[in-house]
Design a protein around this ligand. Structure first.
Ligand SMILES: C[S@@+](CC[C@H](N)C(=O)[O-])C[C@H]1O[C@@H](n2cnc3c(N)ncnc32)[C@H](O)[C@@H]1O
Length: 241
């Protein structure tokens, strides 16, 4: 079965250079959103600013894991959510090259801070270099290391948390942060469809299984409300009651 990359339109020029418009399922990416709908939505949404566009293109050209980047539409949604919440404290788990952190930072309160955690040194360095070129440089605190050990050391009350690191860690990240999220604060969790694999009757890959377990875990809870947006690879918005 051949499937079209969901990033095909926002990155069509660069993609065509790489001749990888189409992906087999084995190649990880799976098209979930109709490409015409994606293209239409991108066309009628505000554009990425220059720095975000540069991060997007730099990541595509230089990073084998470029498909992990949130991208234009999801980035705008993160930015809008952040503007709606006007958070004083944001926690992001999984910085990568810094794209989503900069989207979320746009809605920070004037005295707000965003803490973001990245396991890999190289990605953390790349992200820091991009952060330092933005107007949010002093408001973004980048931690390099394993989120599982860094989160408990952060003495903050979170208004907004974005979980976007390794999928088998999602339940633990949720458990670590929930008590530190303020009442009516939000947790966002990315890749909730895991390229369509989590939707299958019996998910097989370890990431798809972990994502399904996460969805089942939060589904039974009475202390949160949640909704899944059919955006990109599925974005779950959770409100702490
Ligand atoms: C999907 S990418 C994040 C994408 C980014 N949020 C964006 O939208 O541009 C996931 C990142 O989480 C990092 N990661 C994986 N396990 C981690 C851990 N235990 N602690 C911190 N970061 C981790 C990976 O190195 C990777 O850069």
């Amino acid at each position: 079965m051949q499937l079209v990359s969901y990033q095909i339109h926002s990155r069509s020029e660069l993609h065509s250079k790489k001749e990888n418009h189409f992906y087999l399922r084995e190649n990880f990416l799976m098209e979930l959103i109709n490409p015409e709908v994606q293209s239409y939505a991108e066309h009628f949404s505000s554009k990425e600013d220059e720095l975000l566009q540069e991060i997007n293109e730099w990541t595509l050209k230089n990073h084998t894991g470029y498909n992990m980047l949130s991208g234009h539409l999801q980035g705008k949604v993160l930015e809008m959510i952040s503007w709606m919440v006007r958070p004083r404290r944001i926690l992001e788990i999984g910085t990568f090259t810094g794209y989503s952190a900069l989207c979320l930072a746009k809605g920070l309160a004037v005295d707000g801070q965003l803490h973001t955690i990245e396991l890999r040194n190289d990605d953390a360095k790349t992200a820091r270099a991009f952060f330092d070129r933005s107007s949010f440089s002093s408001q973004i605190i980048l931690h390099t290391g394993n989120a599982l050990s860094i989160i408990p050391e952060l003495d903050e009350t979170w208004d907004l948390v974005f979980i976007d690191a390794d999928k088998p860690g999602y339940i633990e990240y949720f458990n670590l942060v929930l008590s530190k999220v303020r009442q009516n604060g939000f947790i966002l969790a990315d890749n909730i469809f895991f390229h369509g694999e989590a939707i299958e009757q019996d998910p097989r890959g370890k990431n798809a299984i972990a994502i399904r377990q996460f969805s089942e875990f939060i589904n039974g809870r009475k202390d949160i409300e949640k909704v899944i947006l059919t955006l990109r690879d599925g974005l779950c918005i959770i409100r702490k009651l």
